[in-house]
Design a protein around this ligand. Structure first.
Ligand code: MRU
Length: 319
């Protein structure tokens, strides 16, 4: 494995500081649950499954009641965080459980990759969004894991930069280059043009929370890509583990959407290009209605044209 977002040392959790990538490789050491919560909040570690793994290790570091609330407040949208905390609460041996969550996530990502690779045609030009790779998981990745698993088919990646936090430009492009997966970087507003010129064969993205009816919350801008894909008759796939499914939420309108600081929109890394004091919105996620999703790829199955009825058997066995 080339990229390690999390390294468990027994008495400490080391997190690759994703804010500094691709320029610098620096690990942040966390020894308390509060330090892990801060690292999640500040985007040192990000991506739904990786957030869940980090939170689990946070409890393992400091298995006391207050730790659960501290970690639960770190970020609101990715349900993997709450799924992991719930599992940790039920577990007797906290360290063993955190290690199991991590190890299982890697195996689950590989299974998602194998399931998804069957859907990828030879030589496909795959447009993806945000970062869903090894950096966002215990390893291998979800949507980017499908790409990894299909790489012997001569595929290539079109990585959208993913404004405003640039997970596509900074992280996905870097991960692909690390492994020699052909990758072309575009800004987010180029996707429609490329589709109209028949330069994209399919779209595959990850998820932060999938409602019981298949509506999917993912990085802001995902919904736009789903609409574009439908307009151009392209498959739009969502790849996610069952830990990202939220059976308690009937549809996507109930997903809590994180609002992030204005300075991510007005500039980047200290630079500002918007006028000082301008009103800003910065929702970090949007919801793609299930009807725009060709299939959801999880570790157990590929669910085509997802609906509540089709997802029900998987969700009820996932807890
Ligand atoms: O804000 P982020 O970087 O945590 O958002 C990440 C995403 O939206 C990913 O697509 C999602 O978490 C799936 S990661 C396998």
């Amino acid at each position: 494995m080339t990229v390690e977002a999390l390294r468990w040392k027994g008495d400490a959790l080391e997190l690759l500081d994703q804010r500094l990538l691709p320029d610098r490789i620096v690990y942040v050491t966390c020894r308390t649950a509060a330090e892990v919560a801060t690292a999640i909040h500040d985007m040192v570690v990000r991506g739904a499954p990786a957030i869940g793994c980090a939170a689990a290790f946070g409890i393992a570091l400091e298995p006391k009641e207050a730790s659960y609330a501290v970690l639960a407040q770190s970020r609101p949208t990715a349900v993997n965080l709450f799924w992991a905390l719930e599992r940790m609460r039920r577990a007797r041996d906290k360290r063993a459980e955190a290690e199991a969550i991590f190890t299982e996530d890697l195996a689950v990502c590989r299974a998602i990759g194998a399931n998804g690779a069957q859907l990828i045609p030879q030589g496909a030009r795959i447009l993806t969004y945000c970062n869903t790779g090894a950096l966002a998981t215990a390893g291998h990745g979800t949507a980017l894991g499908v790409v990894r698993s299909a790489r012997d088919k001569g595929i290539s990646v079109i990585a959208c930069e993913t404004r405003p936090f640039l997970q596509g430009a900074r992280l996905t492009a870097w991960e692909c280059m690390q492994e020699g997966i052909p990758c072309t970087l575009v800004t987010d507003n180029m996707a429609g043009h490329l589709m109209s010129r028949k330069e994209v064969d399919l779209v595959i993205v990850g998820a932060d929370r999938i409602a019981a009816n298949g509506d999917t919350a993912n990085k802001i801008g995902t919904y736009t890509l789903a609409v574009l894909a439908r307009r151009h008759g392209l498959p739009f796939y969502v790849a996610a583990p069952l830990s990202t499914f939220d059976a308690k939420i009937a549809d996507g309108s109930r997903v809590p959407i994180e609002e992030r600081p204005a300075d991510e929109v007005t500039g980047y890394r200290g630079a500002r290009w918007a006028p000082q004091g301008v009103a800003v919105r910065n929702p970090a996620f949007d919801v793609t209605p299930a009807e725009l999703i060709t299939a959801i790829i999880c570790e157990k199955a590929v669910i085509e044209a997802p609906t509540r009825e089709r997802l029900q058997p998987l969700i009820s066995t996932s807890a």
